[in-house]
Design a protein around this ligand. Structure first.
Ligand SMILES: Cc1cc2nc3c(=O)[nH]c(=O)nc-3n(C[C@H](O)[C@H](O)[C@H](O)COP(=O)(O)OP(=O)(O)OC[C@H]3O[C@@H](n4cnc5c(N)ncnc54)[C@H](O)[C@@H]3O)c2cc1C
Length: 478
């Protein structure tokens, strides 16, 4: 196959081929991966997505689906061959309907997450998926990566918020699985196969999402602590007393706070003093704001009395609460502002977080004394972003030279604690080979068989999530 000119005749959407137009789609937001593509295809209907996929299937042209291009693992960037097309879902962005009795909304894959939140809000409902990229990531990308974010503690991950999907299959058929059902045991759960498959099994074109009652009140606190162990003790205390009010419990280190204060205009320290660690706690619900605040205050007082809590501030206003959240959500960007980053999106059982951190910190200190940790995360979900930045003055290349050894060291410790090396960012190309190293042969074989069954030509996002070579080996064996 050479040109893409005949695609124009079967497909009504936009087709970008000018390098100036295609460039933004060929590099990820962090600038870690840059590829090439024959074209960027921008359909604005499911039928058009199907037509483009059929065209690709007939010619064995690889397809790289892309939403908001905010992913962390290189999954939405084509490789360097120039063989693929990038299938951008950004123009497929209508809200198809809201059912306030069923508490569900049907949206197309290219809807920006914030637009879905806003549409729910206009219907006096709440769509709780929330992450710092919500102004640019799409619901299709969220589901393809099974995104997490800050609302998981109460509402679950993207998978838990999805009732049904519309999919364009690898051969260009449309599967209408837009069922708004809470219960459906009528066979294999196809929806759950596509969620988290990072564009390797099918193209998500629309989804039915669960809506929740809008919280009427919130109370937010910024709390200083001595250690992650104190954070876990506090989490236990909060859960025992106010499990139903708890909607976020986010951990960050002093390094994270100082980075944000230094690099984010307007960001201020929420507390007069500094401490090694902090948590941001949010209570929300249908009770009135005063009683939520009183509950939060009481539990923090209990923490102060027992010495778990060093200091705490409860937001006095919505803008102060927003300022606390700005700190938490500004960490990724602030870390980017000081140079290259090495990121780990790991999860272990909550009970193992303390042991994981003790062991990983000690192992890193032995091998790279003085390494600059930038650790934060959704500690209530057992998910840490166990990240690193260069120490001041360290050369970027010298810093990145430790990446492979550092990854292997951390990931081995994660697995030893029963954890995962990708809690919410997906494998993409970043973690594909590490996952293959760490998963059991049985699990890998099952994954390759699923891939082969749903995408026998291997045209959907090849090389992402699982290696192409391994797929061929499985094909040979089957
Ligand atoms: C500042 C910042 C903070 C972040 N915080 C979080 C966080 O807290 N939690 C979290 O989980 N993530 C977080 N992310 C990562 C990212 O925003 C999410 O992974 C998001 O879900 C990706 O959505 P997207 O539309 O940008 O997808 P893209 O980056 O465009 O694509 C991601 C993957 O999904 C595939 N894909 C995209 N759309 C479709 C589709 N319609 N059908 C099939 N496959 C598709 C792509 O091929 C790729 O493999 C953060 C990112 C940034 C920049």
């Amino acid at each position: 196959v050479t040109g893409i000119s005949d695609l124009r005749s079967v497909f009504a959407g936009k087709l970008l081929t000018d390098p100036a137009d295609t460039a933004p789609f060929l590099t990820d937001w962090r600038g870690l991966w840059t590829g090439r593509a024959r074209a960027v295809v921008q359909p604005d209907s499911t039928a058009d997505v199907a037509a483009a996929v059929r065209w690709c299937a007939e010619r064995r042209v690889p397809i790289v689906p892309q939403g908001g291009n905010t992913g962390m693992s290189g999954g939405a960037t084509p490789d360097g061959s120039g063989d693929a097309i990038v299938l951008s879902l950004a123009r497929l962005n209508r809200v198809r309907g809201i059912d306030t009795v069923n508490d569900s909304i049907i949206v197309e894959a290219g809807c920006i997450l914030q637009a879905v939140q806003d549409a729910a809000d206009r219907a006096d409902r709440y769509f709780p998926l929330s992450l710092a990229a919500e102004g640019s990531c799409t619901i299709g990308g969220n589901l393809a990566c099974n995104a997490g974010g800050t609302g998981v503690l109460r509402y679950g991950v993207a998978r838990d918020l999805c009732l049904g999907l519309e999919i364009v299959t690898a051969d260009g058929e449309i599967w209408d699985g837009l069922r708004g059902l809470r219960k459906d045991n009528s066979g294999y759960d196809l929806r759950n196969l596509f969620i988290g498959s990072e564009g390797t099994l099918g193209i998500i074109t629309a989804a039915v999402l669960k809506l929740h009652p809008r919280p009427l009140a919130r109370a937010t606190a910024f709390v200083a602590l001595q250690s992650p162990a104190s954070a876990l003790e506090l989490l236990g205390l909060v859960r025992r007393r106010h499990q139903s009010a708890l909607s976020a419990f986010e951990l960050l280190s002093e390094t994270c706070l100082s980075l944000v204060v230094e690099h984010q205009p307007g960001a201020r320290r929420p507390l007069g003093s500094s401490a090694p660690w902090y948590v941001l706690i949010e209570f929300s619900g249908s009770s009135d704001e005063e009683s939520l605040r009183a509950d939060l205050e009481a539990v923090l007082m209990a923490g102060l009395d027992t010495g778990i809590v060093l200091d705490a501030a409860i937001a006095e206003s919505l803008s102060q609460a927003a300022a606390f959240w700005t700190i938490r959500e500004g960490i990724s960007e602030a870390q980017g502002a000081i140079g290259k980053t090495i990121k780990h999106d790991i999860a272990v059982p909550i009970s193992a977080i303390g042991r994981f951190l003790d062991q990983a910190d000690a192992a890193v200190a032995r091998r790279w004394p003085g390494a600059r940790h930038v650790t934060f995360g959704h500690v209530g979900d057992g998910n840490l972003h166990y990240n690193f930045s260069p120490v001041p003055g360290q050369d970027g290349a010298a810093f990145m030279a430790m990446q492979d050894d550092l990854n292997a060291l951390i990931h081995d410790i994660v697995v030893a604690h029963g954890g995962t090396i990708s809690a919410e960012h997906g494998l993409g190309v970043l973690r594909r080979d590490e996952a293959a190293r760490l998963k059991s042969p049985v699990e890998l074989r099952l994954q390759h068989k699923i891939k082969h069954a749903l995408d026998p030509l291997g045209i959907l996002n090849p090389g992402k999530l699982i290696a192409v070579a391994q797929r061929s080996a499985t094909e040979g064996a089957s």
